[in-house]
Design a protein around this ligand. Structure first.
Ligand SMILES: Cc1cc2nc3c(=O)[nH]c(=O)nc-3n(C[C@H](O)[C@H](O)[C@H](O)COP(=O)(O)OP(=O)(O)OC[C@H]3O[C@@H](n4cnc5c(N)ncnc54)[C@H](O)[C@@H]3O)c2cc1C
Length: 416
């Protein structure tokens, strides 16, 4: 079923009785050509592009819970292409271009909204860094505008300018940045993959990876054994645990990141805004809630919920930047598990085991990466060659020292 104005009209007249489920609920077959472990954004996008770009459809996505129940449905939905380092820059640029055509491609409304992102800076040093980053973005072919304090005030009059603890010097404006509805992204990719014949198997936890003479042969799941020639681990926060099933030890730590949403308010915040003197970012959802978050909880854990010191840090940063949000009532908070690498950049690569591939290490920036990650992981699994925009995301960089240290915070997983 395709979505268009006519189908919406027809369904309206028919009392919405003709809509069909977005995807089937097949039982697993004993064997597939390829398996994707993990039905989050990256796993579903990988399956979609394997089918769409490479014509490979004898594929199953194995998800231990329900599709979209992991971090894909828990993030603060920021989409941007403002990375600095060669290696990251071209990848996120590619991703943003895919976002810009995603709804037409998937025939699905993911509510992608390019409302603009402004990174506020508060010192001369931060202005220099923003100018450098902006130049790198322009050199990559993306957009960036360096704003002075009064230009920021015109766009964001509600920030604290006059009695600010950290005076605002200006902002780096990325007009094509914005947000998208996170779970709709999972549903859109799931529907697209299912329509092309991919089996999406929920409630199917992978509990073992079978390896014979250095080559992957399949997996053990809570719904039986499944054979496959190629297997992709795309399990985000659970990557280390799943890779350990194949005897792999990865340079990834899992940390908690929390997010918060207020009660619905009238439209008051029409950009994504980030605070330069603390880790804080905020936007307003189409339902009206202010959606915001901050830093990791600073300890490794697999619990998808955070602790009060994290809450305090985020609230303090929010109040410092934008005191008006103190008037809003916080409605909900939740946590997700982040797969943190030592250099803050991801991995899309083969593993030392033939036929076993890895897409991981998304830290807290993996939502915006979903389209390009799926595109590049599908390319890798189909051709055994890295895609040109993901060629620096090698697993062996942690052994060779050829790191992609975007934030320059060294080997501290919790500082990225
Ligand atoms: C609070 C928060 C805010 C964030 N904000 C942003 C943001 O604003 N912008 C941005 O770009 N990124 C953001 N992120 C990061 C982004 O959400 C993640 O990097 C990204 O979603 C991770 O990839 P995924 O969607 O594939 O993960 P997930 O949705 O977690 O998918 C992994 C799936 O693997 C499944 N799985 C695990 N183990 C097994 C197993 N053994 N067998 C079968 N299935 C298994 C899980 O159940 C899960 O569904 C944020 C994350 C959080 C938590």
């Amino acid at each position: 079923m395709r979505f268009n104005a006519l189908s919406v009209l027809r369904q309206g007249l028919a009392g919405n009785t003709g809509w069909r489920p977005h995807w089937r609920k097949p039982d697993p077959k004993p064997e597939y050509e390829m398996l994707i472990i993990g039905g989050g954004g990256h796993g579903l996008a990988t399956a979609y592009y394997l089918a769409k770009n490479h014509g490979l459809t004898n594929i199953a996505v194995l998800e231990k819970g329900y599709l979209g129940g992991g971090s894909i449905g828990r993030n603060t939905t920021i989409v941007r292409a403002n990375y600095f380092l060669p290696g990251n820059s071209e990848f996120y640029s590619h991703s943003l271009k895919l976002w810009e055509g995603l709804e037409a491609d998937l025939n699905y409304n993911v509510m992608h909204s390019q409302r603009g992102l402004i990174n506020i800076f508060h010192s001369d040093g931060q202005r220099d860094a923003a100018a450098r980053r902006g130049n790198a973005m322009l050199a990559q072919g993306d957009d960036a505008i360096l704003l002075g304090r009064e230009e920021v005030r015109e766009i964001l009059p509600y920030l604290d300018y006059d009695q600010a603890r950290f005076p605002i010097y200006g902002g780096l404006y990325h007009k094509r940045g914005g947000t998208a509805r996170h779970d709709a992204v999972a549903w859109g990719y799931a529907r697209g993959a299912d329509q092309r014949g991919v089996d999406l198997i929920e409630n199917c936890e992978v509990t073992g990876i079978s390896v014979d003479a250095g080559r992957v042969t399949g997996v053990t799941t809570t719904r039986g054994q499944i054979k496959a020639r190629k297997v992709g681990i795309v399990t985000a926060g659970r990557t280390s645990q799943v890779a350990a099933m194949a005897g792999l030890r990865l340079p990834i730590e899992s940390h908690i990141l929390q997010a918060f949403v207020t009660e619905g308010l009238k439209p008051c915040l029409d950009h994504v805004v980030t605070f330069g003197m603390g880790h804080f970012y905020i936007s307003q959802s189409d339902k009206g809630g202010l959606v915001f978050g901050g830093d990791l909880d600073f300890y490794a854990s697999y619990a998808a919920r955070g602790n009060l010191p994290g809450v305090e840090q985020v609230m303090e940063a929010g109040m410092t930047l934008m005191p008006m949000i103190g008037r809003a009532k916080m409605l909900r908070s939740w946590g997700g598990i982040m797969d943190m690498t030592p250099d803050g950049s991801p991995i899309i690569d083969r593993t030392p085991i033939d036929g076993l591939y890895l897409d991981a290490g998304w830290c807290y920036g993996g939502f915006k990466a979903v389209p390009a990650s799926g595109w590049c992981m599908a390319h890798l699994m189909a051709t055994d060659q890295p895609h040109p925009v993901a060629r620096r995301f090698r697993l062996d960089r942690f052994a060779t020292g050829d790191l992609l240290d975007e934030e320059g915070t060294g080997s501290q997983h919790n500082l990225h």
